[in-house]
Design a protein around this ligand. Sequence first.
Ligand SMILES: [Zn+2]
Ligand SMILES: [Zn+2]
Length: 183
Amino acid sequence: MLFAPDTEEALEFVVALANTDAGATRSGTDELATVDQLRELLARCTYSGRIDNDEAELQAVREARAQLRAVWTLDRDRAVEAVNRMLREARALPYLTRHDGSDWHIHATDPDKPLAERMRVEAALALIDVIRMNETGRQRVCEADDCTGLFIDLSRNGSKRFCSVRCGNRMNMNAFRARRAAV
Ligand SMILES: [Zn+2]
Ligand SMILES: [Zn+2]
């Protein structure tokens, strides 16, 4: 295992959030356009604490998505600035907690703080680990030319190139067709 389980889980959530972007979804549409879609996203992970289920929360989470997508591709030193800023703005205060059957893990905001703020802080805590271990190179953007998908490469040799099997297969097929056309 590369990172602590809660860190990997938080990174996977950032990816799931980021990949609701229209350029990364299977449907080709923005899959974080409605409160219902936000609820669907949250159902796929283990978000505890305050959830308002309203339009204001949706807009705030959409802003957090844009912000985290941008942070994902920063170089290490710029990522440090972004992470520190997110923690400072949320007045984050780390503490260990255990809830919903989980093991001890870090939170740094109150459960009644707005969802988007908790998402940013949780992401920032995970990015701290990635930065400290000098593994920011594992935060990738899908190499498929028509995809804006992000992914975290947790493979041993760090050689993953695509956000999904779907993108890998599509690009392999394109390469195959291109080779055949060239013959
Ligand atoms: Zn938790
Ligand atoms: Zn992709």
